[in-house]
Ligand binder design. Structure first.
Ligand code: HEC
Ligand code: HEC
Ligand code: HEC
Ligand code: HEC
Ligand code: HEC
Length: 417
């Protein structure tokens, strides 16, 4: 077989087994195809028939077809930007008619994905174009994917057009029965968690990640694992990301995308319970109501802090929930491994057999401390504590206290009181 034929077959096999880069694979296949055709000046069918036999040709056509159909949104899990063709439209333009949705979207982290203090600070420290592929993915037609200046509407982050517009058509989960305003591309994936997976599930880059983008590769270690956590949870097959983060109201899907920055939603989700085990030991139970994955999830600095306080709000004890990573020096120049390795995972794991998830920890204190427990406080921290000294991020962006409540220690099953 010719080298080129082998290449195509290999690519085909990869397209079949990897769900990582369907678009770029299809692109390569297309390019290879065109090259062969241009060289031989023969019609597509006869070249490919001669090339690989009839069956391969059919498989190839099916693949080319299914690849473009499968991925009309053009997301590639952060490997490439999304090319913008068509009339330039800001979310404000959509907001002229879709008023409620626009108002909701304006309150979201999606809108500030490229402009919030946390992102700006960490992107300055790691100025990779890779980050922009998810935080502000639209690139002007004919732009250079390595140039930040060629991205458009960066100040709108994950805007309406990022999720909804390709060319002059609107991506929608269901084409309206009597469309007047738009032409549509129906993307069934939009009502499935897989649509969110495009950005909310990915691995650490190999090495430190600080290589030119051309050589950028993912390692096999998850960096954000939210989709996989959802698949492992009770909610898999029952409720999607959209069901919880875009809850329907007045007949439409809200666009609030509440998450780890939303005080109200967080306060509704989490609560703490204390049971007495002995005079110096209490059992702390943190309950997460209807959470569809682990918590914290997403960004790997995300931390949930539980504090037990006395009457004067002095801290008696804190429990910290987060992922801990360590640097592995020998992996820094690796072609396959991440330089960060998971050391410890002290988090709420996804609920597996019921709706709510629990995190349970026995806390040892002194007798007076147990007596002095008066209330608990829950807060989020968004920055790496060890970076805090060097970080320019102010406290009001770096953390959020979302709940403070009086608490009574209840007698445990093993206590006589
Ligand atoms: C001039 C008013 C107007 C503007 C501007 C507008 N839309 Fe629409 N849109 C509508 C109307 C009316 C419908 C109802 C269906 C139809 O007529 O096609 C609709 C339907 C939709 C739907 C599908 C709703 C469904 O039933 O599933 C989506 C998605 C959508 N618009 C997104 C957008 C986005 C994104 C923008 C900005 C790029 C935008 N629209 C700009 C008026 C508008
Ligand atoms: C194009 C990439 C992209 C897609 C597609 C996407 N997101 Fe996001 N999402 C992001 C980024 C980037 C952020 C982080 C913004 C920030 O805080 O800097 C984010 C933030 C969020 C947050 C807020 C988390 C927090 O910490 O407060 C929620 C919730 C969320 N996304 C849910 C969804 C859901 C549900 C879907 C699918 C319907 C989805 N996202 C699709 C990129 C995306
Ligand atoms: C993170 C991706 C994302 C962003 C950003 C986003 N949408 Fe959506 N939108 C969706 C998804 C997913 C659905 C389909 C939900 C479903 O049917 O389950 C949807 C549905 C809609 C619908 C149909 C509503 C319905 O009830 O069926 C309209 C209209 C719409 N979006 C307009 C907008 C407008 C306008 C903006 C910007 C202000 C916007 N969207 C921003 C993901 C997004
Ligand atoms: C059964 C409901 C449910 C499902 C399904 C669900 N979530 Fe969540 N999600 C929650 C709740 C509850 C929270 C916590 C409250 C909050 O953060 O405001 C949350 C928080 C988050 C956060 C912020 C996490 C943090 O550590 O700060 C992100 C990001 C997120 N969800 C994304 C997703 C994505 C992506 C999916 C689908 C793969 C998904 N969620 C599925 C309920 C759900
Ligand atoms: C494959 C998509 C993707 C890539 C690439 C990516 N991010 Fe994100 N990023 C996300 C999503 C999704 C979230 C939301 C999860 C959450 O809020 O917990 C997020 C959250 C963040 C946050 C947390 C913001 C907050 O609100 O707390 C920071 C900071 C961040 N990213 C910085 C970066 C930097 C810097 C890079 C490049 C080195 C990068 N990201 C690359 C998808 C991506």
């Amino acid at each position: 077989m010719l080298n080129r034929e082998k290449q195509i077959l290999e690519l085909l096999a990869f397209c079949n087994t990897s769900k990582m880069t369907p678009l770029s694979i299809c692109d390569s296949l297309n390019i290879l195809f065109k090259k062969i055709i241009n060289r031989k000046h023969q019609p597509l069918t006869s070249v490919s028939l001669r090339l690989c036999g009839k069956r391969i040709f059919h498989i190839l056509i099916i693949f080319l077809f299914s690849c473009t159909e499968k991925n009309p949104h053009g997301f590639t899990k952060g490997l490439t930007p999304v090319k913008w063709e068509g009339k330039l439209e800001s979310s404000k333009d959509c907001g002229n008619c879709h008023k409620e949705i626009y108002k909701e979207w304006k309150t979201t982290r999606h809108r500030v994905a490229f402009t919030n203090e946390l992102y700006k600070e960490s992107h300055e420290r790691e100025p990779l174009i890779w980050c922009v592929n998810c935080h502000a993915p639209m690139m002007k037609a004919g732009g250079d994917s390595l140039k930040i200046e060629d991205r458009i509407f960066t100040e709108e982050g994950i805007s309406c057009i990022v999720c909804h517009k390709r060319g002059d058509r609107i991506l929608t989960a269901h084409t309206p029965s009597n469309p007047k305003e738009h032409e549509y591309i129906e993307v069934k994936e939009m009502k499935r968690s897989e649509f969110c997976e495009n950005c909310h599930q990915f691995n650490f880059p190999v090495g430190t990640g600080n290589v030119p983008h051309k050589n950028f590769k993912y390692s096999n270690q998850p960096m954000q694992n939210t989709f996989t956590e959802w698949q492992m949870s009770y909610f898999y097959g029952k409720e999607t990301c959209q069901d919880c983060h875009m809850q329907p109201r007045d007949g439409y899907k809200t666009h609030l995308f509440q998450g780890g920055h939303n005080k109200e939603y967080l306060a509704k989700t989490f609560s703490v319970n204390l049971e007495k085990i002995t005079n110096t030991d209490v059992k702390l139970t943190l309950t997460a109501k209807r959470i569809g994955h682990a918590f914290p999830t997403g960004d790997f600095f995300r931390t949930l802090i539980v504090k037990l306080l006395d009457k004067e709000e002095n801290e008696i004890k804190r429990v910290v929930l987060r992922y801990e990573y360590e640097e592995v020096a020998v992996n820094r120049n690796s072609e396959t491994l991440s330089a960060k390795r998971l050391r410890e995972r002290n988090i709420i794991t996804p609920p597996v057999s019921r709706e709510d998830a629990y995190y349970i920890k026995n806390v040892s204190l002194s007798e007076p401390e147990v007596k002095n427990i008066h209330s608990y406080e829950l807060s989020m921290s968004y920055i790496n504590e060890s970076n805090k000294l060097f970080s320019g991020v102010e406290d009001n962006h770096g953390k959020l206290v979302f709940k403070r409540e009086k608490i009574k220690i209840v007698p445990g099953i093993n206590t006589d009181e």
